[in-house]
Design a protein around this ligand. Structure first.
Ligand SMILES: NC(=O)C1=CN([C@@H]2O[C@H](COP(=O)(O)OP(=O)(O)OC[C@H]3O[C@@H](n4cnc5c(N)ncnc54)[C@H](O)[C@@H]3O)[C@@H](O)[C@H]2O)C=CC1
Ligand SMILES: O=C(O)[C@H]1O[C@H](OP(=O)(O)OP(=O)(O)OC[C@H]2O[C@@H](n3ccc(=O)[nH]c3=O)[C@H](O)[C@@H]2O)[C@H](O)[C@@H](O)[C@@H]1O
Length: 430
């Protein structure tokens, strides 16, 4: 396909990745954002997101001239062939997705784009949004093209997606969007806009459901004397179950799974479809931070007031700097409410920062300093490599609570420390 002219509105995790990777695929791209400081930094090739290869691609494509950034809407909007919306769709009233940013952008661009320009909705939007945009813009060239990238793997997932989904009643426009991905090796699924919009929610909610299921199984394992890592391994070997999203943790979080589960529940309610499975998925996750807090309280001897708890990991998962809706911070909030004194360390959260009630310090050993309990909340691999003798010098006998099943039990035991795990019976607890 010849190089196309593309505008991407919103330069966050999705928009910046989309802009940079389309430039990498040979297209001419302008990334636009309301955040003037961000646009200025990106124009200097300064990328603040922790995403492997993204900064390098942005720098190279700025140099190649295929990528540039604009504040507000680009002045050249009338010349572009495609405009991608990658603005936020956070949780609004009653759990439904708040489409304010999408509406604002559409109101601004409607007079500016050319008749042949295809409007592509990459933001996660409720079923029916593309149809409403078609009606409000009075044009058929609107395509749903949901994004499935994971934070921490954004570039890899964009350039090698497991699928590209394009949905529109305008098949010609949909095919044009699909062709933009030539150069990635992904299977393309062409659907109606409603189906494409629903694929996105259906996928995220299914992942959330799997995690709530496995987190509850972990709880059951503790009661029954089974071991969740063995149980999950046994399940993984069944290809019908699949091998991923079976590791228990402090709950699922991040900027998308929590908001998308709520949004689909809201959509279901509006459609008068009872969805108890999704309701239970969300409720189970809300319980998870309390369960972890209970474990930490127990490890602290029954009360948390005035107890120093060190938190290992603050981001919502390893490999990202994102703390939005982080389960680690949900646990921290509950601990602080009971009077615990919190320090935390995370390789991607700057030292010296105060995150809620957590004072961020420079190393895992600084977190251990004087702590009665150390809780692993994010699965950063470096926590599995800790020098446990250094931990014992920082604090004589902290109890280690490992919510991610990450730590080598034998090494922790060798250092004479008590390890409380999730999903297996702990002698100290029973
Ligand atoms: N973060 C992720 O991993 C994924 C997110 N999504 C979806 O993509 C959409 C965007 O998410 P993120 O990239 O995470 O958001 P983000 O919060 O990282 O970035 C959004 C960007 O849009 C800009 N923005 C807000 N209003 C604007 C406006 N009116 N005009 C121009 N720019 C504006 C913001 O300044 C910000 O830079 C959401 O719908 C989300 O659900 C989909 C797949 C993955
Ligand atoms: O719509 C989105 O924004 C994206 O949401 C998720 O991606 P992401 O938010 O980056 O996070 P995940 O890797 O899915 O992890 C979500 C949460 O589940 C937890 N998790 C994941 C896997 C697991 O086995 N156990 C577990 O507790 C993580 O720690 C994290 O808190 C989806 O995986 C992406 O496909 C999707 O595009």
């Amino acid at each position: 396909m010849a190089a196309q002219r593309i505008a991407v509105i919103g330069t966050g995790y999705v928009g910046l990745t989309t802009a940079a990777c389309f430039a990498r695929l040979g297209h001419n791209v302008v990334g636009a954002d309301v955040d003037e400081a961000k646009v200025a930094a990106l124009s200097r090739a300064e990328v603040s997101l922790h995403e492997p290869a993204l900064a390098e691609i942005v720098a190279e494509e700025l140099r190649s001239g295929r990528l540039r950034f604009a504040h507000g809407l680009p002045g050249t909007l009338s010349e572009v062939d495609f405009v991608f919306l990658a603005v936020p769709t956070p949780t609004g009233n009653d759990g439904a997705a708040d489409l304010t940013a999408v509406s604002t952008v559409l109101a601004q661009l409607r007079e500016q784009i050319s008749p042949r320009c295809v409007v592509v909705v990459k933001s996660t939007v409720p079923v029916g949004t593309v149809d409403r945009i078609v009606a409000s813009l009075g044009r058929t060239t609107v395509v749903a093209n949901p994004e499935f990238l994971r934070e921490g793997h954004a570039v890899e997932d964009f350039l090698h997606p497991q699928r590209v989904v394009v949905g529109s009643a305008d098949k010609h426009a949909a095919r044009k969007v699909a062709r933009l991905y030539a150069g990635t090796d992904a299977p393309v699924l062409m659907t109606s806009s409603a189906s494409a919009e629903l694929v996105k929610y259906a996928s995220n909610c299914f992942l959330a459901m799997k995690l709530s299921y496995v987190n509850t199984l972990a709880e059951l394992c503790e009661e029954l004397g089974a071991d969740i890592s063995d149980v999950a391994e046994g399940m993984r070997l069944d290809q019908r179950v699949g091998s991923s999203f079976l590791t228990p943790g402090p709950g699922w979080g991040g900027s998308c799974l929590p908001k998308d589960t709520k949004a689909l529940l809201s959509t279901s309610a509006a459609a008068e479809v009872d969805f108890p499975l999704l309701d239970a998925t969300i409720a189970t996750n809300a319980r998870q931070a309390h369960r972890v807090t209970d474990k930490i309280r127990k490890a602290a001897g029954g009360a948390l007031s005035g107890v120093h708890v060190g938190l290992l990991g603050l981001t919502f998962k390893a490999g990202t700097d994102d703390i939005r809706d982080s389960p680690a911070l949900a646990v921290a909030e509950l601990l602080a409410a009971e009077g615990a004194l919190l320090t935390g360390y995370d390789p991607c959260v700057p030292t010296g920062r105060q995150v809620g009630a957590v004072r961020v310090v420079a190393s895992p050993y600084a977190v251990a300093e004087g702590a009665s309990v150390l809780a692993v909340l994010t699965e950063w691999p470096e926590f599995a490599e800790l020098d446990w003798s250094r931990v014992t010098s920082a604090a004589p006998h902290p109890v280690i609570v490992d919510t991610r099943g990450l730590l080598p039990a034998s090494k922790v035991a060798e250092a004479g420390l008590t390890l409380v795990s999730v999903g297996r019976r702990d002698r100290r607890e029973k």
